[in-house]
Design a protein around this ligand. Structure first.
Ligand code: F0G
Length: 463
């Protein structure tokens, strides 16, 4: 057996494929694939603390990567072939103020700030892995459907390295300007489809398979290998201690799936002795996972998920012509492609799923911003979800909780400005129409005339 191979996630199938094959589903049964390892050959370190020392010497490009720092835990490509644009140099930061907002008086709230990646979101962690795989098999073009961050990340990797041409599919009017501007600026071929993300996702799969273009959405199992490293960095930030909770927004469910795999593997390797619990947070306007998991009882079921529950729900969505709708445009997704992998993660990590309203998302986002780490609306779903779970008593007041901030504040300045504005029309246009009634934590700009005395009076009054 090779060090790494691909394997169907369903134990009842278990078909395997070589690492050099380009697949986004099992040829036997159509399920998702994992990248799997023969750990005896891969020989990972005996202790996580060994990662405190760099694997690479300073002159090697991979030394600049917070993903490849953990290469022995994702050794699917030779060290000499690793691509990097400096991704994954992100930070775990404890936040007393956000902790107080969430209700963790005696506990700890940590924010894993993935907005610090080169393209401004966690996607770079996964993209570097898919991109490296694409390069090892000689791909010339790579495609994705995106609510904006995957496309920004792919476009960045293509333009920095010039190793591939980016082809991106986006829904029309469904992407924030911060993200669209990245794809355009970086020179990606941008296909705007009259439809939403779910439509774009279906089309990009068809087009990639017909034209032989390498697909980098998170159905690509290599993507998720890179995203595992977010959890390794969380552990490292906590001195290699396992927190009580990981709280993450859920869209296409790639992150939650990757996090589950990361911890399951670490446990299997004897590098940790317990898994944290997982909370996946949907926006209420795009709540497929919440509906299926919490209301309809869909479970991983030891590798035999009841797919008929999912198909029935999707048929209902079709019948109602229901479309995902939330201010958190990054997670405006009704048909998450990694659903079954996420169910597995929820089973392994004793997971829960919650939905939060756009009002809750925007208030949580303002609290995160006030704490100094600005994030986009989707990211704040994690904090809003933690607050909800704390209020329910599911998260205890003395627990250690890590919320993942998936994308940077500047990805969607419209949402932020509309929240803080004094212009009611602007507020209504962006937020009011989504049921956001008030900006509970608005920091309003103070309007003054161009007059020295008046300016001084305003500063004295408000500071
Ligand atoms: N947060 C942000 C900022 C995102 O961009 C996404 C996904 C998610 C959360 C959800 O993560 O899919 O792993 O559950 N954005 C994708 C995109 C869909 O196209 O950029 P997930």
């Amino acid at each position: 057996m090779d060090v790494a191979f691909q394997r169907c996630i369903l134990p009842s199938c278990g078909a395997t494929y070589g690492i050099e094959e380009v697949r986004v589903e099992c040829q036997q049964c159509g399920s998702l694939l994992d990248v799997a390892y023969d750990w005896a050959k891969a020989a990972p370190p005996a202790k996580l603390a060994e990662f405190d020392r760099s694997l690479f010497n300073a002159a090697e490009p991979a030394a600049q990567s917070g993903v490849w720092r953990f290469w022995p835990l994702l050794p699917f490509a030779p060290r000499a072939s690793l691509v990097t644009i400096g991704e994954g140099q992100t930070q775990l930061q404890r936040s007393a103020s956000v902790g107080q907002f969430v209700g963790l008086e005696r506990g700890e709230l940590h924010l894993q700030y993935e907005g610090l990646n080169p393209s401004g979101s966690f996607k770079d962690n996964g993209m570097v892995a898919a991109f490296t795989h694409a390069r090892t098999i000689g791909a010339k073009r790579a495609a994705c459907a995106s609510t904006g961050n995957t496309s920004a990340s792919l476009a960045a990797f293509c333009s920095v390295t010039k190793l591939m041409r980016a082809v991106i599919f986006i829904g029309s009017g469904k992407i924030s300007y911060g993200k669209l501007s990245q794809a355009l600026d970086f020179g990606a071929l941008t296909i705007q489809i009259a439809g939403d993300f779910d439509d774009a996702m279906q089309r990009v799969r068809e087009v990639s398979s017909q034209l032989g273009i390498y697909l980098v959405n998170s159905v690509n199992p290599f993507r998720l290998e890179g995203q595992k490293t977010i959890m390794y960095r969380v552990l490292q930030g906590l001195g290699w201690q396992v927190p009580d909770w990981i709280v993450v927004p859920g869209g296409n469910l790639g992150n939650s799936s990757a996090f589950g795999k990361a911890f399951a593997e670490l446990k299997q390797l004897g590098l940790i002795d317990r898994l944290p619990r997982l909370a996946v947070i949907n926006a209420a306007g795009a709540n497929t996972l919440y509906e299926l998991y919490e209301r309809r009882g869909l479970r991983w079921n030891d590798g035999a998920p009841q797919d008929e529950i999912t198909s029935k729900y999707y048929a209902e969505l079709d019948e109602r012509q229901a479309r995902a709708s939330t201010i958190a445009s990054a997670i405006e997704i009704n048909r998450p492609v990694n659903l079954n992998k996420c169910l597995r993660a929820l089973a392994d990590m004793r997971g829960v799923v919650r939905e939060v309203t756009d009002q809750e998302i925007m208030d949580a986002k303002a609290q995160v911003g006030a704490g100094g780490l600005g994030c986009e609306p989707a990211s704040a779903a994690s904090v809003a979800g933690a607050k909800k779970l704390r209020a329910e008593g599911v998260i205890a007041p003395d627990e250690r909780v890590v919320c993942i901030l998936t994308g940077h504040q500047l990805k969607d300045p419209d949402a932020t400005v509309a929240y803080h504005t004094t212009d009611q029309e602007k507020f209504n246009q962006v937020l009011g129409k989504r049921g956001v009634k008030r900006a509970s934590f608005a920091n309003r700009a103070v309007a003054v005339s161009n007059n020295l005395e008046e300016i001084i009076r305003a500063i004295q009054l408000y500071s």
